[in-house]
Design a protein around this ligand. Structure first.
Ligand SMILES: NC(=O)c1ccc[n+]([C@@H]2O[C@H](COP(=O)([O-])OP(=O)(O)OC[C@H]3O[C@@H](n4cnc5c(N)ncnc54)[C@H](O)[C@@H]3O)[C@@H](O)[C@H]2O)c1
Ligand SMILES: O=C(O)C(=O)C[C@@H](O)[C@H](O)[C@H](O)COP(=O)(O)O
Length: 542
């Protein structure tokens, strides 16, 4: 497949939706070529479509259309608009599904029916509308709309918008990155990353919920205001639920308060939850969703880097107990994740940097490209400033890092949702990291603790002969260059050891760690020698 050309986006929609007009605008804005399937067909056939219909009939036209579309899906790298009926043909549906699986975007341009009908009639030359054009259009709409919704992975509503405004919206949607999470025990869902992706909240929630509880913390109020507006515009009853910030929100008391509220407001199994905020808020919201009536639909809108790259995806939901971190929870998959880069505009520098701890972890266990991007952009990342972020070159770098890191997460989660083995690799650096968080009474940020935990795990790997000193040094230099801590000296070994025994990877009285045999080669370490476990700790104390 490498080197193959493919469209940047494929636009589908009803006759008169504006696929050609809007498609051309988008192509111009993005400086890309534009192709219209109908023009390509006319070119191949050497005659106009009405003429072709007349001469050979619809089945023959659909065959030709399918050949042309499938060829273009493999040999055109611009914006490609399909004829109104094309997505109804099974071979084209298969081609589009493959295109999406390869990372493509099929955009359903959803115009207001009245506007589209009027435009379709105005143009003329549409054999599918012969007879009573409006009645024909409505009948086709009824047949096609559900198919278009399922064939497309991006839906764009354009009611009342000028072609330019619709094109700008579409461009935002095309610019988004999508990581698909799937697996034998998972209802598949997408993680959408990009500026403005929160606009797809209603699409991801779907039409079943009537009530939606919007669970968020106070520092992200301005983002939750936007989410609430989107929910109300889409016709949901939105209930604002503000929880205590950060780890103070991940408690049984907070969960209980929300259960009471959901009960009072009459939330049923068809209603839904949106978790909006950092990882603590999405962990808690997911936990409430998993437990309310034994599980209702939820969508995460992560607003911190850490929540975007890690916490919001994968379905680990939970709360802390006085004994430790995340000790109560469940594996419960969201219906979708919307990582809107706009949220990062209000993120403080130190909270952005802690998120890089989990990004680097994902690089160490699986994806050296992440490490390369971190190395290449360490200075800019360290200097992250939300107020200039969206207009800076850093935006694409961060989007790239989020996409890579979420892909690492999706790979592990898809294969092993309930953490029977492979998924534990995502816990690299967490055995000590969680102990540090607890001993610091959660004043240390999670990503910072994980960064120190990664150095600890690297030291342990080295002490047991799995990696050389260079890789340990690389951990320190890379994490340090990003502004992350690499040492910790504020607790006794006995306390640390006791907490590491409560880690979820431990079995009986045996400790288990994730260590490295090299970059991208994590392994499980069972019951390691006590002296090595302690010596590695001495080495991170400086
Ligand atoms: N479920 C998982 O798989 C998973 C994975 C990694 C981490 N986690 C959990 O995630 C939590 C850490 O997440 P975190 O680092 O996002 O911390 P956090 O949720 O505590 O958020 C950090 C702070 O930033 C604020 N904030 C978030 N987004 C903001 C924005 N856009 N603008 C301004 N302020 C904003 C929050 O309100 C909070 O004050 C921990 O509880 C950790 O255990 C879970
Ligand atoms: O998704 C996972 O699995 C992880 O381990 C990801 C971790 O980065 C994350 O911090 C997670 O919350 C840790 O879970 P825990 O099971 O160790 O509490």
């Amino acid at each position: 497949m490498s080197g193959m050309r493919r469209p940047v986006a494929v636009i589908i929609g009803m006759m008169g939706a504006g696929k050609t007009r809007v498609g051309k605008e988008v192509a111009q804005m993005m400086n890309l070529p534009f192709a219209d399937a109908d023009n390509e067909i006319e070119h191949d056939a050497g005659m106009r479509i009405p003429e072709y219909f007349e001469k050979y009939g619809e089945p023959e036209f659909r065959r030709l259309e399918s050949d042309v579309v499938l060829d273009m899906l493999e040999d055109f790298d611009g914006i490609f608009s399909l004829g109104g009926g094309a997505p109804m043909t099974p071979s084209i549906q298969e081609g589009l599904a493959q295109y999406i699986a390869d990372g493509g975007k099929v955009v359903y341009l959803m115009a207001d029916p009245e506007e589209a009908m009027e435009r379709a009639n105005r143009g003329g030359g549409r054999p599918m509308l012969n007879g009573d054009a409006n009645e024909r259009w409505k009948k086709l709409y009824k047949e096609r709309d559900p198919v278009f919704r399922s064939v497309a992975n991006v839906h764009v509503g354009t009611r009342g918008q000028s072609p330019q405004a619709a094109a700008r919206k579409l461009m935002e949607m095309i610019d988004q990155r999508i990581v698909h999470v799937t697996g034998s025990t998972i209802e598949p869902y997408d993680v959408r990353i990009g500026e403005g992706v929160m606009g797809q909240l209603a699409q991801v929630l779907g039409s079943k919920p009537a009530k939606v509880a919007l669970i968020h913390t106070q520092p992200v109020q301005r983002h939750s205001d936007r989410a609430r507006t989107l929910l109300r515009q889409a016709g949901y009853d939105a209930y604002d639920i503000v929880i205590p910030d950060a780890e103070a929100g991940k408690t049984i008391e907070v969960a209980n308060g929300i259960w009471q509220r959901l009960g009072d407001e009459g939330f049923t199994r068809s209603d839904a939850i949106v978790g909006l905020g950092g990882g603590a808020a999405t962990d808690l919201a997911g936990f409430v969703a998993a437990t309310w009536m034994r599980g209702i639909r939820y969508v995460n809108c992560p607003t911190s880097l850490l929540a975007m790259v890690d916490a919001s995806t994968g379905g680990k939901t939970g709360i802390n107990t006085p004994q430790g971190k995340n000790l109560v929870g469940s594996f419960y998959t969201p219906a979708g994740v919307l990582a809107d880069l706009k949220s990062l505009a209000s993120l403080p520098n130190d909270i952005f940097i802690e998120g890089l701890g989990e990004v680097a972890k994902s690089g160490f266990i699986m994806d050296p490209e992440i490490l390369q991007i971190l190395e290449d952009h360490a200075g800019e990342l360290r200097a992250f400033d939300g107020s200039t972020f969206l207009d800076s070159g850093l935006k694409d770098v961060v989007a790239e890092l989020i996409e890579h890191t979420v892909s690492v997460k999706a790979y592990h989660v898809s294969a092993d949702l309930k953490e029977a083995g492979l998924r534990e690799f995502l816990n690299y650096g967490h055995t000590l990291g969680h102990a540090i968080e607890k001993l610091e009474h959660f004043r240390w940020r999670h990503g910072n603790a994980v960064a120190v935990g990664c150095v600890y795990a690297a030291e342990l790997s080295h002490l047991l002969g799995y990696i050389d000193q260079n890789l340990v040094d690389y951990h320190r230099s890379l994490l340090g260059s990003l502004g992350l801590p690499t040492s910790w000296n504020n607790g006794t070994w006995d306390d640390v050891l006791a907490l590491m025994h409560r880690d979820k990877k431990a079995r009986g009285n045996k400790l288990r760690f994730v260590v490295l045999e090299g970059v991208g080669h994590p392994i499980h370490l069972e019951d390691p020698p006590a002296d090595a476990v302690e010596e590695a700790f001495r080495r991170i104390q400086q």
